[in-house]
Design a protein around this ligand. Structure first.
Ligand SMILES: [Zn+2]
Ligand SMILES: [Zn+2]
Ligand SMILES: [Zn+2]
Ligand SMILES: [Zn+2]
Length: 208
C-alpha cells in the first residue's frame, strides 16, 4: 500500500500513483514501461498472478524487469512536501524524510493513561497530580463562566429597566394625548353647536 494523497501538501502528478493500490507510491519501483509501483504492491502482484504481465497494459513483464525508478522521477517525488501521519503532529517533511520522521515522531508513543485518569501523552505522570491540575483548570473555567453569567444578567437587567422607563414615558404620553383628544372633542362639539345655531335661526326666519 502507498501513501494517502491527503498526506501531501503539494499536488501529486498522476505518474506517482501506484496503479495497483491507487495511492501515492511507497518505496517506488519501475517497470520497463516506466510505470511506477509500490515495491510491496508489485511483489504481491507477481505472487498472486501466475501470468507475468504488467498491471497497466497487460504486456508481458517478469519480476527481473522491475528496477529502481529513474533519477528525475525520484528527484521530483522526494521533494514533495508531506504532513506527518499523526494528526497532532504539525511537522512538514519531504517525501524523502517522511519515513525517518515517522519512526521518530514524538507523537508515536502518545497514549491515554491505562489507569483511566485521562492523561494523554508520552511521559510518565502522577495520576493524582494530573487529576488535581485538571480540577484546578475546571474550577478556573467555572469561575470565568459564572462571572460572564453575572455580566450578562446585569446587562439584561439594565435593558429591562431601560425598556420599563420607555414604557412608563409612553404610557404618560398616551394619557396626555387622550386628555388632549378629549379637550379637542369638547371644543369641536362646542364649535359645531355655535355654528349651527345661527343657521337654524336663519332658516326659521326665512320660513317665517
Ligand atoms: Zn501501491
Ligand atoms: Zn508496465
Ligand atoms: Zn510527526
Ligand atoms: Zn494516569
Amino acid at each position: 500500500m502507498g501513501f494517502s494523497e491527503e498526506l501531501f501538501l503539494d499536488k501529486v502528478d498522476d505518474l506517482f500513483f501506484c496503479p495497483i493500490c491507487l495511492e501515492v507510491v511507497k518505496n517506488p519501483v519501475q517497470d520497463k514501461h516506466e510505470h511506477l509501483f509500490c515495491r510491496t504492491c508489485i511483489e504481491s502482484w507477481f505472487k498472486c498472478n501466475t501470468i507475468r504481465s504488467c498491471p497497466v497494459n497487460r504486456e508481458q513483464l517478469s519480476p527481473n524487469e522491475i528496477k529502481k525508478p529513474g533519477r528525475i522521477a525520484l528527484n521530483i517525488l522526494s521533494k514533495l512536501n508531506m504532513k506527518c501521519m499523526y494528526k497532532e503532529c504539525t511537522k512538514i517533511v519531504s517525501y524523502e524524510q517522511f519515513n525517518e520522521h515517522f519512526t521518530k515522531c514524538e507523537f508515536r508513543n502518545m497514549s491515554f493513561c491505562p489507569k483511566g485518569c485521562g492523561h494523554y501523552g508520552i511521559n510518565m505522570h502522577d495520576c493524582l497530580d494530573f487529576v488535581l491540575m485538571k480540577n484546578y483548570d475546571l474550577q478556573d473555567k467555572i469561575e470565568t463562566l459564572v462571572t460572564n453569567l453575572y455580566k450578562i444578567e446585569k446587562k439584561c437587567n439594565e435593558e429591562i429597566y431601560q425598556k420599563m422607563a420607555i414604557n412608563r414615558s409612553l404610557q404618560f404620553e398616551n394619557k396626555r394625548l387622550k386628555r388632549e383628544n378629549l379637550q379637542l372633542r369638547k371644543f369641536s362639539k362646542f364649535q359645531t353647536q355655535t355654528s349651527k345655531t345661527p343657521k337654524s335661526w336663519n332658516s326659521s326666519t326665512k320660513i317665517a
